[in-house]
Design a protein around this ligand. Structure first.
Ligand code: PAF
Length: 280
């Protein structure tokens, strides 16, 4: 596996593949890799000749008081996992390689960035959209693989790619879960053993709400409130639990058929997000 730190070296390495007609899949990450990331890599390997992974803890997507400094950085373990997964190239830029001090441009995807996590983390999705746009311009892959776990992030990136005519295919990959249903996340490492057991209730509650809708529940406010009560009783501080339309994340109406249930809730110091996407 090649390990490259600068944009110019990365471009040279990728040009050699491009010139010989090879396709490139790109998996952007912030490191602290787990089975969810490795699932993205394994699907990337199936779909393209070459796989590029980036590890960059992007400062612009963390708000004041969030965990940018504390975010787990496990570079050596991550490198080993990517070697074992036969990744072709790891891009490990420094902040100065990605952001010029006098940069003037940021990307904001209106609408889909504003509610849910966007309302609780002002500026977060602008930071995500800007860094993903920059990484796409740097790598210029044929496809980018993103996890369904971050459903709102995925929607923001889809809209950005559509609106800016970025020539890349987006491949959404299923969430990988612990045996108790807890979605894999780098932030699960913040949970105590006791909290990990309680955290399983997040997915159970999503499944319960989905099943209620599939069984005919039409009052989505009642579905949301019931889920909220269950999560609060389990010990969560809930930011939101929302029944949304899958295509644009607007509040779902009873006639909508592609639905996503979005949840974010704090357990102790850890903020967890999860979702279920389904057709009615
Ligand atoms: O999902 C993540 O890990 C990050 O938000 C991403 C897409 C790598 C951008 O920094």
């Amino acid at each position: 596996m090649q390990i490259i730190n600068t944009v110019s070296d990365l471009r040279k390495a990728i040009k050699i593949w491009r010139d010989s007609g090879e396709t490139v899949a790109f998996v952007p990450t912030m490191g602290n890799l787990h089975a969810g990331h490795l699932q993205l890599v394994s699907q990337a390997k199936e779909k393209a000749d070459r796989v590029v992974v980036s590890i960059f803890v992007n400062p612009t997507q963390f708000g004041v008081g969030e965990d940018f400094e504390a975010y787990p950085r496990t570079e050596l373990e991550d490198q080993q996992k990517l070697e074992d997964a036969c990744v072709d190239l790891l891009f490990l830029p420094a902040v100065a390689d990605i952001y010029a001090l006098d940069a003037l441009t940021t990307i904001t995807v209106a609408g889909v960035s504003e509610d849910y996590c966007g309302a609780f983390r002002p500026g977060h999705f602008s930071g995500v959209a800007t860094v993903v746009c920059k990484l796409l311009n740097i790598v210029q892959p044929n496809m980018i693989l993103l996890g369904l776990k971050d459903f709102q992030q995925l929607t923001v990136i889809k809209m950005m790619v559509r609106d800016l005519n970025i020539p890349v295919e987006i491949i959404a990959v299923e969430t990988v879960r612990e045996p108790n249903g807890l979605a894999m996340s780098s932030r699960n490492g913040y949970l105590t053993e006791e909290e990990k057991k309680i955290a399983a209730q997040l997915y159970k509650t999503l499944c319960g709400a989905r099943d209620a809708i599939l069984a005919g529940a039409k009052d989505y406010i009642e579905v949301e409130q019931q889920a909220l009560r269950v999560l609060q009783q389990a010990g969560f501080l809930v930011d939101y639990f929302s029944v949304c339309r899958g295509s644009d994340l607007k509040k779902a109406k009873p006639e909508d058929v592609d639905l996503v249930l979005l949840v974010a809730a704090k357990l102790g110091k850890t903020r967890l997000i999860d979702n279920i996407y389904f057709y009615k």
